[in-house]
Design a protein around this ligand. Sequence first.
Ligand SMILES: [Zn+2]
Length: 295
Amino acid sequence: MSKDYLQRLVFEHISARAVVVQLDEVVDEVVSRDSYPPAVAALLGEALLVVALLSSGIKFQGRVSLQLQGHAGLKLLMADCTNDGGLRGIARLDDEAGLPGERDELFESLARDGILTLTLDPSDGGQRWQGIVPLEGASLANAVESYFERSEQLTTRVFLGQEAGKAGALMLQQMPGASDDPDGWNRLEQLASTVKPEELLELEARTLFQRLFHEEQCRLFEAHPLRFDCPCTRERVVNVLVSLGQAELTALAEEQEVVEVKCQFCNEAYHFDAVDVAALGHEGDTADSSDPTIH
Ligand SMILES: [Zn+2]
């Protein structure tokens, strides 16, 4: 089985579900795309865990995205996950020197005036939905818990663990509807909060669920693989460049011997030399001359 996956479970007599995510290669893939300071890399890893957890609940084709914005050196941190497990993430810094060195301090400084935005973005024609709340709590896990409390009135517990490029998470969430077992949620919450960070990283989801909830009646779903995935292609970048128009393209080519365009989401760099840029200009011409409205 893939080392990057999610697995979920629902409880039979309690309106609640649990999800486990484990990430290994994906965190490396995302973090190695830029030279992030360790605290930023750690927070980015946590954001990837969170969107992977949340992707388990979406019922459309598309992506769920998490953004953290603040003013304390880290301008923007975002991660998203598609319904079929494609993850990507990026952080933008504006003052690396002023950044706190530890993840907890970084989060604390972000939480002073930051905001958390969660976006559900269907690609199948459904309505885009966005929730924005002040970033609060002592950690990203806390912030996500209070997000759900505020905006969905769903009590949620999130546990995130990370070490040496590996990351693991557990989410326990109430579901709408009454439970047959009135004390069930409290019991689940207590069981979940016994989870240790090393268990999130080292135990397989099935084993972890078994260890925590072995006395509960539940239904375990199949594990789903997760992977790094950004939908950018050279072709999409070409379209963006062509849309700039000939004059702008020529100016760019005069400025730089090789024009570099970086995907803002995955940092993939696309290069265009003078010959490429000239060809792009012609593509623009062809597009114009084939436009029936100008004849
Ligand atoms: Zn990309």
